[in-house]
Design a protein around this ligand. Sequence first.
Ligand code: FES
Length: 151
Amino acid sequence: MDEDRRMLPAADVPADGTVLVTLRPVGDVSVETGDRGADGDELEAMLIALADGIACYRNYCQHWTDVRIDSGDGAAVRNGEILCEKHGAYFESGTGVCTFGPCEGAVLDAVEVAVRDGDVVLSDPDYAFVRLGPAERPDVEGGSRIDFTGS
Ligand code: FES
């Protein structure tokens, strides 16, 4: 397995939230979605810990596909389900199936990952790993942010 497909330690992925990673499509996958980065060549996916591993899904809702579920600080998770706060859809963290909400029965777009030697590894041949964190987005200015201390 290529070192550049290792993303982060599995222990750093929460079960009560999600972690964003940036990927690049290298296979036949949709890019016309809300998780697309500014240049259209990067996509976001969100990782969530399960009782027996890690799940990974593209970061767009099945209701309105231009809506990101994790807006950068981790998606809300309630009772093992990922919440899209836009209209309240719940998705099972282990399957991606929407159990409640306007897209009930739809399934999040899964990305294959595995845990090897304690690290989360991108095992999906349709994507390449770019970096931890969100894709550069057209609606977010790059560079530093000023925190509440003013620094
Ligand atoms: S956009 Fe996610 S529930 Fe409507």
